[in-house]
Design a protein around this ligand. Structure first.
Ligand SMILES: Cc1ncc(COP(=O)(O)O)c(C=O)c1O
Length: 380
């Protein structure tokens, strides 16, 4: 099997599953319980929080555990909008956000908030000047992702941070789900960022666990009210085993980040060169200013699903980008936001690499592609 769908999810590290099993077996007390089983669980919870905070270079009280990227994004977008509603009801999100952000923003629009979508250029980068032009005195939130999940473009977070430097009343949220442990943290977790969302299963952790960075002192309305866990900001009994496993995964993935970037960019380069020799190919992802591991391309006249299933016949697993949400009334995908014609956008397939892949697999993918390309001659 050749798994090239690591932006969708990653294989949990065996050590991560071992931690999960160990904590579930031995430390299953509720961290809120007053007895010793509870204190033991509470110590693991705080140690995990400390570890994650250290790895990100932030303070432990700035890390809040969630159920993943979708919850984190929903929480920040809705939580900030409502928290700050007395001061303003205008929010800006980029036009290429994950649906977890975009749909939250669209929902807010049905609740009396004003929402603007900051446009991107032909390469898939937020246009900072156009974003600046959207700012208003009643803007309370700007949300721009670090790495786009569909084509891998790294967004100009530092430039947006500079833009917002003298506008302290605007909260700045970064969806860091596709960035963490893939590109340097400093590239997107700038001093100006107030909120950032992360998800464990994208870095060899476990499903259904994530964490949100909330800068010290920043207020946000909770989505989940109840027993007051997570400093009253996110109630529910903590998924301790998942949290400990996430801390473990992050430690392992961060240790490998430099190697990850080196090896995946080499593989991506070979793929780009190999695919570039075919005439009916469009490559949507670049290399400069793009995440090292994401490569999205299409074959003229061949729908992405067709290519995906053709690869699957050879035990190679890729993805269509989630772009095809171009259904009537739905938010457009990244490629459409970039101004790519809808017909061309439907050809897109995404290969997302990992350290677990190697060059021999890449050669095999290119050899397989040659056969598939021949097979699709009739439709091209
Ligand atoms: C950029 C981005 N944000 C948010 C999410 C949602 O994360 P989760 O699957 O943890 O809910 C994803 C998942 O693909 C993503 O790519």
């Amino acid at each position: 099997m050749i798994y090239l769908d690591n932006a969708a999810t990653t294989r949990p590290y065996p050590e991560v599953l071992a931690t999960y099993a160990e904590v579930s077996t031995k430390i299953w007390g509720n961290p809120s319980s007053l007895h010793s089983l509870g204190s033991q669980a509470s110590r693991i919870l705080q140690a995990s929080r400390q570890q994650i905070a250290d790895l990100l270079g932030v303070m432990p009280q700035e890390i809040f555990f969630t159920s993943g990227g979708t919850e984190g994004d929903n929480w920040v977008i809705k939580g900030i909008a409502f928290e700050k509603a007395p001061f303003g009801k205008h929010i800006i999100v980029s036009d290429i956000e994950h649906p977890a952000v975009k749909e939250s923003a669209l929902w807010l629009a049905t609740q009396g908030f004003d929402v603007d979508f900051a446009p991107v250029d032909r390469q898939g980068f937020v246009n900072v000047a156009k974003l600046a032009a959207l700012l208003r005195p009643d803007t309370t939130l700007v949300s721009v992702m670090a790495v786009n999940n569909e084509i891998g473009s790294i967004q100009p977070i530092q430039a947006i941070s500079d833009l917002l430097e003298d506008k302290p009343t605007i909260s700045f949220h970064v969806d860091g789900v596709q960035a963490l442990a893939k590109i340097p943290t400093a590239d997107y977790l700038t001093d100006r960022v107030d909120f950032a969302t992360f998800s464990s299963h994208k870095f060899h952790g476990v499903r259904g666990v994530g964490f949100t960075y909330i800068k010290n002192g920043k207020k946000i309305m909770p989505l989940l009210t109840g027993g007051g866990q997570e400093a009253g900001k996110r109630s529910t009994t903590e998924n301790l085993a998942g949290i400990a496993a996430t801390a473990k995964a992050l430690r392992m993935a961060m240790k490998e980040q430099v190697d990850f970037a080196k090896k995946t960019s080499q593989m991506k380069q070979v793929l780009i060169q190999g695919l570039g020799t075919y005439k009916d190919i469009t490559i949507f992802s670049g290399q400069e200013q793009f995440a090292p591991h994401i490569l999205t391309f299409g074959v003229k006249g061949v729908r992405g699903e067709v290519l995906l299933h053709a690869f699957e016949e050879y035990d190679i697993y890729v993805s269509t980008t989630s772009a095809c949400s171009a259904k009537a009334g739905k938010s457009a995908g990244t490629l459409l936001s970039m101004g790519i014609q809808p017909q061309l956008a439907t050809t897109a397939v995404r290969l997302s690499l990992d350290l677990e892949n190697d060059m021999s697999q890449i050669e095999q993918v290119l050899t397989t592609f040659k056969m598939i390309y021949e097979q699709t001659k009739k439709v091209r």
